[in-house]
Ligand binder design. Structure first.
Ligand code: FAD
Length: 297
């Protein structure tokens, strides 16, 4: 096995490493209920599109809460090496930690090589413990513990996967890792055919609207359709309803093309879509799923 192949496989099967302290350097609203958080993570080893990280919050009394969030930003260019990360003490203020100075520069979603900045997009879950705090309160300059990157299955890497058609199905905040894949494709100048179906409750809940439109407008093989399940604008041609089997069949790639399929979102969405895909003849081995919510009952 060559070193390059070994490095790629290593990245694919990476396991979580230690915790380290990151700093929130910027935040921007994506919708009334979702914010993108730009984190400066000293020594970030790079990641693949589709991977996630864990965030850990610690209360003054020592109570901790951990949650996983997909990496929204494209992987750093020319960096696919994953190594161990530092374990640091979250009780230290950000300003006392090495490398935690707060640069003013805004992060584009294509992270330059060597940058320690990564983005996550957090959707507020009503009555949730962690997401309302991250969306509504967590101020720039704050420190937070981070562990990652994590995950080796739900990933798309243009250096490895280019050429095979890709079918992306995202429900709600399940768009986040899928967007990282679309960004990785764009940053690599890759023209692998991508088709995305994005299911979201209402037009105002949409994430990355302008960027998705811009990706489609490039006419380079990226196609996206958005459907609404709860409410639509007055002029919409399609009423609010869940994705149907016939829509999935006509907007996606046929099974004969052997596309690589990624399905991400709430558990109910992932299970329903996966069932439809298999019923239409897609090989389960080519369907990769990531569930965000609680197990369906
Ligand atoms: C690999 C992975 C990647 C993820 N990436 C993202 C991401 O990019 N963006 C993002 O916003 N979230 C993402 N999540 C979900 C995230 O980890 C949290 O579960 C979510 O933010 C809710 O946490 P909470 O503490 O606010 O809610 P909790 O206090 O944990 O839950 C409160 C209530 O909401 C329900 N609930 C929990 N999560 C969801 C959900 N996703 N949808 C509907 N109901 C829910 C719970 O069952 C409970 O009833 C990801 C999860 C996984 C496993």
């Amino acid at each position: 096995m060559t070193e390059a192949v070994g490095a790629r496989l290593g990245a694919r099967y990476a396991v979580p490493s230690g915790w380290q302290v990151a700093t929130l350097v910027e935040r921007r609203a994506e919708s009334p209920s979702a914010e993108t958080l730009v984190l400066d993570v000293p020594g970030w080893p790079g990641h693949q599109a589709g991977q996630h990280l864990d965030l850990r919050l610690t209360a003054p009394d020592g109570y901790t809460a951990e949650r996983s969030y997909s990496l929204a930003s494209a992987p750093p260019r020319s960096d696919s090496t994953l190594s161990s990360t530092l374990l640091a003490d979250s009780s230290l203020p950000a300003s006392s930690l090495p490398g935690s100075a707060l640069p003013n520069t805004a992060l584009s979603s294509a992270t330059p090589s060597g940058s320690g900045r990564v983005e996550v997009t957090v959707q507020r879950v009503r009555d949730g413990e962690v997401s309302p705090y991250l969306v509504d309160d967590f101020p720039p300059g704050s420190a937070i513990e981070v562990r990652g990157p994590i995950g080796g299955w739900f990933v798309w890497d243009p250096a490895i996967d280019a050429g095979t058609p890709v079918f992306l199905l995202a429900g709600g905040s399940g768009l986040v890792p899928v967007m990282s894949m679309a960004r990785a494709r764009r940053e690599a100048g890759d023209r692998t055919p991508f088709r995305l179906i994005y299911s979201v409750r209402t037009p105002e809940d949409r994430l990355y609207t302008d960027e998705l439109d811009a990706l489609t407008a490039r006419s380079d093989g990226f196609e996206a359709r958005t459907i609404f399940t709860r409410a639509v604008s007055l002029t919409a041609l399609r009423g609010p309803r869940r994705l149907t089997s016939s829509e999935l069949a006509s907007w996606g790639w046929p099974p004969e093309l052997e596309p690589r399929v990624y399905v991400c979102g709430p558990t109910g969405f992932v299970e329903a879509v996966s069932r439809m895909l298999v019923a239409q003849g897609h090989d389960p081995a080519r369907i990769r799923t990531e569930r965000f919510g609680p197990a369906s009952g």
